[in-house]
Design a protein around this ligand. Structure first.
Ligand code: CA
Length: 388
């Protein structure tokens, strides 16, 4: 079996409203899918993390840098292919966009492997610990509106996410420490005392501002505080972990086993959030998870993107070992963005219908059972939204 074509599809549409997080506002939704074709008619799908023009640039890396290295290779040789690409790109980017680009290709190779074996990917990576996973819904994005309007909206939106059936919710912050504390208070008021909520700062604070917010989160019994400081600020992470009761989560901006080794060695996070579509794909994710498990750091995958990314993460979460294990194990949650995303809801011939499953099934979704990722992207849909 040989790889014959590697095609990047960058999809884009204008969202019904602009949304923001602590770094910027955005009005367009992008998805970057990778299609790997073979001489035996089997096609695999993957996805690369990275919005907008980052996706366009990553398309160039996939098609003009990585594809010539591996066209003609046996797609089942995932390890040698990963090693070859990484080794040849090592001098040009051990983190960031080259690794994001490699991630989408690697995921597509795993999809092919599953289709060849006639098994879902979760069975190829050790098997299923669970048939369904609980889902948390994130929302409460920033908008160009007053702090008071944010406060009122966050309270309502948090309650709506809880009422939609999600097992927990996550909010954005980024208006400044004092105002962000008001937002967190509004979310706690919206969801009530017995519901889990998390806070995502997208690395907008200094460590002292993060401590001010974190102490308020301790009082509000928040479940985790995500990317409070810049990913490079390892001392800041360690400082916060030593001062706060609230769990410190992070890692979505870290890459490969080597980046994760350093992040974990520095004791930065109490919860690890590996992003499979960025850190190097499924092959590398499995190594990163092993590093986390060796240090008893629980893994809660970072999930962002289309139905391909969601299905990939469902396969991974199905096979994630409980840690440390017990009669009532802590189940890993699927991250789910509750804001408008056609590429997640309408990309597949048979949609995953996450929101419908969450509503009907107490916040849980089933792991796709078909071979590979267990999904079938619709080529007409892709052609319609593909950027020229
Ligand atoms: Ca995040």
């Amino acid at each position: 079996m040989k790889i014959t074509h590697i095609i990047s599809h960058v999809l884009q549409y204008d969202m019904p409203e602009e949304l923001g997080y602590s770094q910027q506002y955005y009005a367009r939704r992008t998805a970057h899918l990778v299609e790997v074709r073979t001489d035996e008619g089997i096609t695999g799908w993957g996805e690369c993390f990275g919005p907008g023009n980052v996706a366009r640039a990553n398309k160039g890396i996939v098609e003009t840098v990585i594809a010539p290295m591996i066209i003609g290779c046996d797609p089942l040789n995932r390890g040698p292919i990963w090693h070859k690409v990484y080794n040849l790109l090592r001098d040009h980017g051990q983190k960031g966009m080259p690794i994001q680009a490699l991630s989408g290709v690697d995921i597509a190779l795993w999809d092919i492997a599953g289709k060849v074996a006639g098994q879902p990917i979760c069975k190829l990576i050790g098997g299923k610990f669970r048939d369904q996973v609980p889902v948390y819904g994130y929302g409460m994005m920033l908008k160009r509106e007053s702090v008071d309007d944010h406060v009122a909206r966050f309270k309502e939106e948090a309650a709506a996410i809880r009422d939609a059936g999600f097992v927990a919710t996550k909010m954005k912050v980024g208006l400044g420490a004092r105002d962000d504390i008001r937002l967190a208070q509004a979310v706690r008021a919206g969801v009530g005392d017995d519901y889990r909520f998390m806070v995502d700062a997208n690395h907008c604070y200094t460590s002292d501002d993060a401590l001010e917010v974190g102490l308020a989160l301790d009082d509000l019994d928040a479940y985790w505080f995500e990317e409070p400081v810049a990913p490079e600020d390892r001392d800041g992470y360690k400082f916060l972990r030593s001062k706060l009761k609230t769990r410190i989560a992070g890692g979505e901006a870290e890459f490969t086993r080597w980046g994760w080794r350093d992040l974990l060695d520095a004791n930065c996070v109490s919860l690890a959030q590996p992003e499979v579509c960025a850190l190097g794909g499924i092959s590398e994710y499995l190594k990163v998870v092993a590093l986390c498990q060796a240090r008893f750091v629980p893994v809660v995958n970072h999930v962002w993107g289309s139905a391909v990314a969601v299905a990939t993460n469902l396969q991974l979460l199905a096979a994630l070992e409980p840690m440390p294990g017990g009669l009532v194990p802590v189940e890993p949650m699927l991250e789910f963005d509750t804001t408008d995303n056609k590429f997640r809801d309408d990309l597949l011939k048979e949609p995953l219908s996450i929101q419908g499953q969450v509503k009907a099934n107490n916040g849980f979704v089933k792991v796709p059972n078909g071979p590979g990722l267990g999904i079938d992207p619709d080529p007409d849909f892709i052609a319609h939204y593909e950027m020229g």
